[in-house]
Design a protein around this ligand. Sequence first.
Ligand code: MF3
Ligand code: CO
Length: 256
Amino acid sequence: MILLKTKEEIELIRESALLVGKTLAEVGRHICPGVTTGFLDRLGEQFIRDHGGIPLCKGYEGFPSAFCISVNDVVVHGIPSDSVYLKDGDNVSVDCVIELNGYVGDSAYTFAVGEVSPATQRLMKVTKEALFIGLEKCKVGNRVGDISHAVQQHCEKNGYSVVRELCGHGVGFKMHESPNVPNYGTVGTGPLLKEGMVIAVEPMVCMGSKNVKFSKEDGWTCRTKDGKMAAHYEHTVAIGLDGPDILSSFEFIENN
Ligand code: MF3
Ligand code: CO
């Protein structure tokens, strides 16, 4: 069942989503060659708690950390570790879900570590564009498939592929609600978008093939099968009458 939110509830989700945006910026400020993803996770968790939030990834179905931090061929669900050192040329996606005053925001951003190659820069740019092209479809009367199709089209016409195994989702009262929001699909299909719906749109985009594998050791880490780079951006958005009301924000991130 798709749970609709009142205007007041949407404002509370916005508060939470804005703290996610500020947290991503705070973590992003500390990203540079030589830092570990474990260090970034602890620093970010402290920031969330200092601002009255709860990092919802921690303990979610046994996930051990406050953030998913995913480097290079890790598409999503990377587990932060003191033995994963960032190096010049890496890309690193930081995915953050926060509960604040009982409401949930979810957003992710892929950062460059030092100087990344033109090919990596282009992947990041196209993935972020795909997010905003998908968000443009988030208005009353459209369908989920319109978002999915727009994201897929933009990625594929640029020579990239989109992951099939994982999707965007409803969000706000909990981390994961109905409906699923795939990054591939057909115009005019899927659930109708209504006023009061809040969803997370999150393209997961591969430079090579769309196939991924999940780590047998930790059960979480999602890597591209071909070992090529991936990128991931995510916003929490309320479906508006005339267009998207994007509740999370990248505005706090330097040079975003
Ligand atoms: N933030 C992710 C999402 O967009 C979920 C992370 S999975 C978790 O759905 F286990 F780490 F919570
Ligand atoms: Co999400």
